[in-house]
Ligand binder design. Structure first.
Ligand code: KG4
Ligand code: ZN
Length: 342
């Protein structure tokens, strides 16, 4: 009812193993959020198989987009612009979303906006926290990324630290596989940890020399594998719940320490988490407690907006649209796109 017209973004996400489309109104109101997950398919192989992911995206993409429009009760003609994830991610998977977005943009004569996947994850926080505005600090923890980011303004980021080796979610997935939980490991470790003792096994809290904001999880992963091997050799029965809980605690301790160190150094009073691992219940609880102690406002998306989805791309796409970001029909998939790069 304002003077300005509503901005309706049709958003598309296909960077990994979810084919997703969403309609988002004015950056913060999700009118539809359709996600077709391939998890069951990839579980057979213990992880995402890129070639299978691309093929599945092709099969699903049109249907998912149609459903998103239908559920939002919006026609393509009413859409303001098309936003699509163009990186980082699996090149074949990204290409499916990018091609679909370009085709729709051309056919319907709507602006096209390429969105960075991590910017999407961060922007997921805007959906349910209507009052959240930059600047704030954000920890992005997903299957492919572990980034500590300063959100200076909408679409303006400074990366303080990232992982030197495995991403946090990758470590969850690898440890889960080692203790026989299967893929994807994060939610399974989260669940099993509730039955275990997080202090049972003293796994290492890795520090990266010379950088208090960078992370390293490969040493922790090796420590878990060594522990499992040595138990096996000594004939000691493994308590999987204790391994899961102790591993999870080691990851969380490092994430909390580094993130809150940054929040303090930079003097932020707002802190957010994002990405698949941000749906971890113990991680949320730890940040909740620590932020409260320090009088910091803590934000996190609901689990459905933590793991890959297109609503987060619609939220990010809206702010890019407002800033005037437009992509040409030469928009391409960029598998290792850096945050802040155009
Ligand atoms: O953000 P996302 O869906 O995809 C990427 O952009 O990578 O994140 C997927 C990752 C997987 O590694 C998965 O194991 C992890 O998020 N994850 C979790 C939980 N739910 C998903 N890790 C820990 N605890 C969870 N509850
Ligand atoms: Zn993601």
């Amino acid at each position: 009812m304002g003077l300005k017209e509503d901005v309706l973004i049709l958003a598309i996400e296909s960077s990994c193993d979810e084919t997703a489309a969403s309609v988002v109104k004015n950056g913060r109101e999700v009118l539809s959020n359709i996600i077709s997950s391939q998890i069951d398919l990839h579980t057979l192989y213990g992880g995402v198989v890129p070639e299978i992911a691309s093929r599945k995206h092709i099969e699903k993409i049109n249907q998912v987009i149609e459903e998103a429009l239908k559920e939002a009760n919006v026609t393509l003609g009413e859409i303001t612009a098309i936003a699509v994830t163009y990186g980082p991610g699996l090149v074949g998977a990204l290409l499916v979303g990018v091609s679909a977005a370009k085709a729709i943009s051309f056919a319907a004569d709507k602006p096209l906006i390429g969105v960075h996947h991590i910017e999407g994850h961060i922007s997921a926080n805007y959906i349910e926290n209507k009052q959240l505005e930059p600047p704030f600090a954000c920890l992005v923890v997903s299957g492919g990324h572990t980034h500590l980011v300063v959100v200076k303004d909408y679409g303006e980021y400074e990366i303080l630290g990232c992982t030197r080796d495995d991403a946090a979610g990758e470590a969850f997935d690898k440890v889960a596989r080692a203790i026989g939980l299967g893929y994807p490991g994060g939610p399974k470790i989260d669940r099993l940890s509730k039955e275990g003792n997080p202090e049972a096994i003293p796994f290492p809290r890795a520090k990266v020399d010379g950088s208090s904001y960078d992370f390293s999880f490969s040493g922790l992963k090796s420590a878990v594998l060594n522990y499992l091997n040595s138990c096996e050799m000594k004939g000691i029965e493994i308590n999987r719940a204790d391994v899961a809980a102790s591993f999870q605690k080691a990851v969380i301790d490092v994430l909390v320490e580094h993130a809150l160190h940054a929040v303090k150094e930079y003097g932020f009073d707002k802190f957010a988490i994002a990405g698949g691992v941000a749906s971890n219940s113990s991680l949320r609880a730890a940040f909740e407690t620590e932020c409260k102690k320090r009088n910091i406002e803590f934000y996190h998306p609901s689990p459905i907006f933590c793991t890959d989805n297109a609503a987060m791309i619609g939220a990010a796409g809206y702010y890019e649209y407002i800033k005037g970001t437009r992509s040409g029909y030469d928009l391409n998939a960029v598998p290792n796109l850096k945050l802040g790069e155009k």
